[in-house]
Design a binder for this molecule. Structure first.
Ligand code: ADP
Ligand code: ADP
Ligand code: MG
Length: 471
């Protein structure tokens, strides 16, 4: 069994991994760059090491991180999400140095990180993919010709894209001519690769993804699906497990497809297979070869600790569960509380958290690395807290989400919390009837007041006084 893990990440996911280590008797090693000196993951880990002044360089330096792991006697590295988590070179370096990379083999990361190669693998395995280009596009002429064959609207997508960037919808040839060089430039800047490909745009689809777990003995299981259709600019805002929009037959079919996809590529460890669903048609979109931001909601409905399973798998142990052991109960919602101003085009809102009061009560889970007095640095992702609620029924979980969002006090920066209240109040959301166009279709939900009811202000003041007195 792994005894000591270096966590090559920061923020809430680093804390999440440290917690799993603590519960399984594994020693945790944090890394940080100087802007993160007072970060929670640094305080919470058993050991912590500085990787220099630059806010990002240390977190993105494979050689430096692997060297540190060796020097500090770590036998494994957990990459979290973002940063180096889907960097095949990093995984390969770990393999060469005899350190367990907590994820799949470097060759699998490489193949799935290339979205056109992933499509090839799925085509070969008989998993349905969106109609689109066979490989990468050579130039805009080829793109125009192919778009005519496929039919508009189409999507131009960065082959090594992620995080919702490098994706543009084009409804006409004119738009395609305009957007094509833009995607190339965005892809080059964000992912260091100019390769792009084309997919038919599936209009108003649901984003349904399946969590899978695979061990080194070839056992693959799924932990049911998540519905991540509530998105803005291809980025997830609210995630739901299980999807309230699937029939039992669809659920079984899509879970089976995900297992088939993972088996086809020799997958190992935790991963997610993302699909688009329209009507009864399911299309493979991509595979994320890492723990996902929204793994929490799957944990809440199944009771499986996904990070703990990741540690077991990387230790060479078999999965703790067979497929028939996995059941789910109720519904879970996750709100990505971002330090952003929804009323100002979701502009990041960094700065000092003057006051934070955590929501609680039945069915509430908070994954965060913030605390009162914490200064959100401007160098990283704006997601600062994940609020997760669970309840037995859809109606109850929506009500619980509203109540928990109302419980929470987060002052000093603007956040997306109040905007999510508006989404939860919408009749279509409450009726579990939405697709990836929900957010763009409802700009009116941004017209809310940030002012709170007087009694709520009184509560915030009382909580602030209590927090001040206690600390
Ligand atoms: P999830 O698929 O878990 O929902 P997101 O798409 O929200 O994850 O991405 C999680 C984090 O990882 C974000 O900070 C995002 O910017 C980053 N990220 C994801 N994919 C890539 C990639 N290919 N290259 C760089 N950063 C990425
Ligand atoms: P990323 O790697 O950035 O997560 P994805 O390929 O997973 O990129 O796509 C992100 C989101 O973009 C999807 O959840 C979906 O909303 C939208 N999208 C991507 N491809 C298509 C498509 N072919 N048709 C319609 N929407 C799409
Ligand atoms: Mg995706």
């Amino acid at each position: 069994m792994i005894k000591k893990v270096l966590i090559a990440n920061r923020g809430e996911i680093a804390v999440r991994i440290i917690r799993a280590c603590a519960e399984t008797g594994i020693r945790s090693v944090a890394i940080y760059t100087e802007p993160d000196r007072y970060a929670l993951h640094v305080k919470r880990a058993d050991e912590a090491y500085s990787l220099g002044e630059d806010p990002l360089a240390g977190y993105l330096d494979p050689q430096c991180i692997v060297n540190l792991a060796l020097e500090t006697g770590c036998d494994a590295i957990h990459p979290g999400y973002g940063f180096l988590s889907e960097n095949a070179e990093f995984a390969r370096l770990c393999e060469q140095q005899g350190i367990a990379f907590i994820g799949p083999k470097s060759s699998v990361i490489h193949n799935m990180g290339d979205k056109t190669q992933a499509r090839d693998s799925m085509r070969a395995a008989g998993v349905p993919i969106t109609p689109g280009s066979e490989g990468n596009l050579a130039d805009v002429e080829e793109a125009l010709k192919l778009a005519d064959e496929i039919g508009y609207p189409i999507m131009v997508k960065a082959t090594s894209g992620g995080g919702g960037r490098g994706i543009r919808r084009c409804d006409t040839p004119q738009e395609l001519k305009l957007q094509y060089p833009r995607v190339i430039s965005e892809a080059t800047k964000a992912f260091g690769s100019a390769e792009v490909f084309m997919e038919k745009c599936i209009v108003n689809p649901r984003h349904i993804e399946v969590q899978i777990l695979a061990d080194s003995q070839g056992n693959v299981i799924h932990l049911y699906e998540r519905d991540c259709s509530i998105q803005r600019r291809n980025q997830k805002l609210i995630e739901i497990a299980p999807s309230p929009q699937l029939t039992p037959e669809q659920r079984q079919y899509i879970g089976g497809l995900a297992v088939k996809a993972a088996e086809a590529v020799g997958y190992e460890n935790a991963g997610t297979v993302e699909f688009l669903l329209t009507g009864n048609q399911v299309y493979f979109m991509e595979m994320n070869t890492r723990v996902q931001v929204e793994h929490t909601i799957t944990e809440q409905i199944t009771g499986v600790d996904i990070v703990r399973e990741q540690l077991r798998i990387a230790s060479g142990l078999p999965l703790s569960y067979r497929q028939e052991d996995i059941s789910y109960r109720g519904y879970a919602l996750q709100f990505r509380i971002n330090a952003e101003d929804p009323k100002n085009d979701f502009l990041p809102s960094f700065g000092r958290i003057s006051h934070y009061y955590a929501p609680g009560g039945p069915g509430v889970r908070v994954d965060t690395a913030i605390y009162t007095g914490y200064e959100i640095p401007p160098y990283y992702d704006s997601m600062c807290l994940k609020l997760v609620v669970w309840a037995l029924t859809w109606e109850e979980v929506v009500a619980r989400g509203q109540r928990a969002l109302d419980d929470m006090r987060l002052h000093g920066v603007k956040t997306t919390a109040n905007y999510y209240q508006q989404i939860l109040q919408h009749p279509d959301f409450q009726a579990a009837n939405f697709n990836t166009s929900f957010v763009p279709d409802h700009p009116e939900l941004l017209n809310y007041s940030d002012k709170r009811h007087p009694s709520q202000i009184a509560l915030a003041v009382a909580a602030a006084v209590a927090a001040y007195a206690g600390w």
